[in-house]
Design a binder for this molecule. Structure first.
Ligand code: HAM
Length: 425
């Protein structure tokens, strides 16, 4: 039997990959405009990083990590995990490379695969890709708003409509400790009726019950975190909203918003859009003051804020909304050689065209002219140039526009320069 790809993974093939490239180039270009610089961290890290970073009581760390043992130094086995998200690794790299010593706020971005052992469904995979940004070193609410604005602009400029931005404040650990007690009080009478996951969340992380799909019926009337924010958190949240309004970013306050990762403080947000089956969250993020210290920054603890946007979900929404991404023209010109001498000349001209910066191709299968013209069509070539032995003797070549059908004959020694000038126009 032939070997198949692991469940929950995807092959991104030519035809589809051009859309990925376009979406990724939009992310990169946007990051340049917002002054975020790329960082690439390892795909696997010490398991402890995610336990400390993402949180030991999260589903991600408890159930969804791909963890393996491998030999470390002196053959002592070490536990590694494939990264389930990008923030923890970027925080580790920020600390390890002492980026906190830099005078400016460190504004970083990444694009890459993440791994979670989840039940696959439309929009949920075991290997998926995130475009993420992280900004370290500032507690200014304007940077929370900037991060939210960057994600919104990403969707907007790709042509995705009806994206809603849900924002909340999850306060500080101190606010949450009070809130957790209030939640436990609220859920105590129905504790035995909660799903088994939520029964264990009740003691360890009762906020996650609010996020449970199964137990929504028990959440009606539950207290909200906003009632338990202290003065500083309330002021920060109000300022984030003011900045969002100043930037014309539409948002909705959702006091029930709980993120699936433990590191958030103050601002938490999610982007939502309909169109991918049961899933409506396409991206999310928030502030994580304290995480840098927890991951090893020690006295160099620095505040941070960031986001992660799922690229598979972005592409699914683009498809669901029938957004046409700019079509990539694969070829400028397809060269057809008819006859032995002409074919040799084609090889030469092809190399010159390519060196001159044109996207150029020829046949490698010894096919008849009709089949070659079909190839030119499939590659969306703008021009076809046909060279027969007769023309070669006359030192000429015939160029045909695949758009207008017009033909013209040019001198062979001016052919590349001619094509280059057409391309430039
Ligand atoms: P997250 O909400 O766990 O946050 O993931 C962010 C996005 O990644 C999701 O909204 C979704 O689009 C995509 N995603 C997550 N899991 C899957 C999956 N199994 N299949 C397909 N797509 C998925 C984080 O990961 C945080 N690190 C975001 C962040 C950065 N917060 C601060 N900085």
């Amino acid at each position: 039997m032939s070997i198949q790809k692991p469940k929950g993974t995807q092959d991104l093939l030519p035809g589809e990959i051009e859309k990925w490239q376009y979406v990724e180039s939009k992310a990169r270009e946007l990051c340049q405009r917002f002054n975020y610089r790329e960082i690439r961290t390892p795909i696997f890290e010490n398991t402890e990083l995610f336990q400390r970073g993402v949180g030991e009581t999260t589903d991600i760390v408890e159930k969804e990590m791909y963890t393996f043992e491998a030999k470390g130094d002196r053959n002592k086995p070490l536990s590694f995990s494939l990264r389930p998200e990008g923030t923890a690794g970027v925080v580790r790299a920020y600390v390890e490379n002492k980026l906190f010593g830099e005078p400016d706020v460190s504004k970083l971005f990444y694009i890459g695969p993440m791994f979670r052992y989840e039940q696959p469904q439309a929009g949920r995979y075991r290997q998926f890709h995130q475009f993420g940004i992280e900004a370290f070193g500032s507690v200014d609410p304007s940077i929370d708003a900037e991060v939210i604005a960057l994600g919104y602009t990403f969707y907007n400029e790709l042509g995705i409509k009806n994206v809603t931005v849900d924002v909340n404040s999850v306060g500080t650990i101190a606010c949450r400790d009070v809130f957790k007690l209030k939640l436990q009080e609220f859920f105590a009478p129905v504790k035995d009726q909660l799903c088994s996951d939520c029964q264990s969340r009740y003691d360890r992380n009762p906020m996650r019950i609010l996020d449970c799909k199964v137990d929504q019926k028990f959440c009606e009337g539950a207290p909200t975190i906003l009632e338990y924010l202290d003065e500083e958190c309330t002021a920060h949240f109000a300022a984030v909203q003011e900045h969002l309004s100043a930037m014309n970013i539409p948002y909705r306050i959702n006091p029930r918003l709980v993120r699936g990762l433990d590191y958030y403080t103050h601002t938490a947000f999610e982007y939502k859009a309909a169109g991918i089956g049961a899933i409506d969250t396409i991206g999310g993020g928030g502030r994580y003051n304290g995480l840098v210290g927890q991951i090893g920054g020690g006295s160099n603890d620095q505040p941070g804020v960031g986001l992660g946007l799922g690229l598979e979900r972005t592409l699914l929404i683009l498809q669901a909304q029938n957004v046409d991404l700019p079509v990539v023209k694969l070829l400028d010109i397809y060269l057809v050689g008819l006859g032995e001498a002409a074919e040799k000349e084609v090889t030469k001209q092809l190399q010159w065209l390519r060196l001159a910066g044109l996207k150029a191709e020829k046949d490698y299968l010894g096919r008849k002219i009709k089949a070659q013209m079909k190839s030119a069509d499939r590659f969306k070539a703008s021009y076809v140039a046909i060279l027969g032995d007769d023309e070669l003797e006359r030192g000429e070549i015939t160029i045909k526009s695949m758009v207008s059908g017009e033909q013209q004959t040019v001198k062979l020694d001016q052919f590349v320069a001619h094509m280059k000038s057409i391309k430039l126009n």
